[in-house]
Write a protein that binds this ligand. Sequence first.
Ligand code: ARG
Length: 269
Amino acid sequence: MKKLFSYALMSLLLIGLLAACGQGGSKDTEQTADNTGSDVAEKKILKMGTSADFPPFEFVDTAKGEDIIGFDIDLANAITEKLGYEIEIQDMDFAGLIEALKSNRVDIVLSGMSATDERKESVDFSDIYYSADQMIVFKKDAPLTSVEELAGKTVGVQTASIQEDKAKEIKETTDIKIDSRNRVPEIVQELKAGRFDAVILEDAIAKGYLDKNQDLAGFTLEGDEENGFAIAFPKGKDELVAEFNKVIAEMKENGELEQLAVKWFGGEQ
Ligand code: ARG
């Protein structure tokens, strides 16, 4: 009887031991599989298009290096890191961004791009991550106080931007000459050189230029609706857009988005 009992005990122990081994074994393999998943196997790369001429959203600070930096770059990195993607940034003229999305040369665009109804016909947008107002910027030695005073003057805007649309709208009631350039620093340069009498820029960008150029000043276009910057995607990428929106919502909620605003332009304006 005693012997039988100890046999039973031994086999129980043995089973237990085997089971433990088995478990340990399978756990090990799982871990290896996990490791390959996160470390070794390559992350999915998202190609990001931007027009790096738009401080503080995307620009190259030549004093500091050649990298494209800014609010949008930090935002893109934060979102894609959370979702497990890697990004590859491609710099191009703002006017080429929508086409780059449509032809799938890029997967996402972060470029201070306003989510307009017209653009929504050819691309999809995330939720809005920044709201902007328009400003008229001019030289202090040729000051302006209203849109009406633009009559007979040359107004510079970036090609294919909503500022170009705004200029066309102004032209319907005020006789202005519109002149477009591909890159924002060029239009500011033309203004400083006296070839443009005014330029239209969004507030956060205008303020950056006003801080650095004591010869410039500006005023906000009152009664103009705010426009919202959003991330653009090729049409039909609903799952990707939803993933991005989820992270944007989290970042609004936990203050990360506000921290980025503080870092790049001293907070919400
Ligand atoms: N928000 C404006 C637009 O969507 C101007 C954006 C210009 N962005 C740039 N990176 N240059 O038309």
